[in-house]
Write a protein that binds this ligand. Structure first.
Ligand code: NCD
Length: 342
């Protein structure tokens, strides 16, 4: 669904990638670059001293929750968190509006993940502080798209290429996978893109997302096989079957073996492609996901994505709370300790 949210800046919620123009996207990426020594823990920062993050995750999460919380902590803030419905008062029937109003009274910014599409926007309506959407059902996942595009830009740059004019395959569950909805929409800010899609039957990309890209001048092609989809592309973005959003029957109907593996990339003559995935990767047998035999390929970028998530989420908090890079630098010092393995 298209919404008319204002551009993302100080004092605003972050609910959708549609809040970005090329200009504020670049500003966010510049901030993400600038905080790199803090993300890499070469330096410690206290710019958010006294600020409190309310972290509300009503769906499973590892990297999104931990990277949002780590990002806030690394900027010197503090975090309160609740996970799942069982341990929150929503289990007692409390409404989204009441929960949001209460928790926003304890926090300076909220990060919310919830299984229902549109639910995070409802949190935002009742909140007295900025709310960041960390995934609303099959709707959107803007911070993931931001870190995906940030990563893709860097991976392509390391090959002397740009996002403008690139060819990207997007494969897997394109219907329920919210990360690809946000990704395609955010990438549409660039020019002359070629998307090739492959999805199992009944997991195809929603028309609305496809049209969003097409009306902005990009080519969207649907391939008959994964091998056809990944042939000749600069990057492949694979996604997991979102089993929690469909019946087990549907999840297994058209999903045998791997979604993408080494042999398929070899057959498509594209072992050098940049390989991306929002993770988690479903590593159970026959899970129809990205196989781990691609992990030694030179283009594997999945852990660059997770690392870059910290930079992007720091940049999101700094923007929402109106902190500029000068203030960050004034409150940053070298750290006296080392945490790396020798
Ligand atoms: C994704 C999500 O939750 O939408 N994970 C993530 O946030 N990195 C993708 C998924 O669950 O498949």
């Amino acid at each position: 669904m298209a919404h008319d949210y204002p551009p993302f800046e100080q004092g605003r919620h972050l609910l959708s990638v549609s809040q970005f123009s090329s200009k504020n996207l670049q500003s966010l990426f510049d901030l993400a670059d600038a905080v790199d020594p803090i993300a890499k823990r070469q330096a410690v920062c206290t710019v958010l001293d006294g600020a409190m993050l309310g972290s509300l995750f009503f769906e499973p999460s590892t990297r999104t929750r931990l990277s949002f919380e780590s990002a806030f902590l690394r900027l010197g803030g503090e975090v309160t968190t609740t996970t799942g419905f069982t341990f929150s008062s929503m289990a007692k029937g409390e409404s989204i509006a009441d929960t949001s109003r209460v928790v926003s009274g304890y926090s300076d910014v909220l990060v919310v993940r919830h299984p229902d599409e549109g639910s995070v926007a409802q949190f935002a309506e009742a909140s007295t502080v900025p709310v960041v959407n960390a995934g609303d059902g099959a709707g959107e996942h803007p911070s993931q798209a931001l870190l995906d595009v940030y990563t893709l830009d860097k991976e392509l740059a390391s090959r002397s290429k740009r996002i403008d004019g690139s060819h990207v395959a997007i494969i897997g569950d394109l219907k329920y996978g919210r990360t690809v909805h946000s990704l395609i929409k955010l990438m549409s800010l660039y020019s002359d893109l070629h998307f090739s899609l492959f999805a199992p039957m009944s997991m195809e990309l929603p028309d609305e997302v496809r049209k969003y890209a097409e009306t902005r001048g990009h080519e969207v092609r649907v391939a008959d096989s994964v091998i056809e989809a990944v042939r000749g592309v600069d990057a492949v973005y694979a996604t997991r079957v979102q089993r929690e959003r469909m019946t087990e029957e549907l999840a297994t109907a058209n999903t045998q073996g791997d979604l993408l593996n080494w042999a398929m990339l070899a057959e498509a003559d594209n072992l050098d492609a940049i390989i991306m995935h929002p993770l988690p990767r479903d590593s159970r047998p026959n899970s129809f996901d990205l196989a781990s035999d691609v992990d030694d390929l030179p283009g594997l970028a999945i852990f660059h994505q997770t690392d870059n998530g910290l930079n992007i989420r720091m940049a999101i908090f700094l923007t929402a709370l109106g902190v500029n890079i000068e203030a960050v630098q004034l409150t940053t010092k070298q750290r006296p300790w080392k945490a790396t393995l020798r």
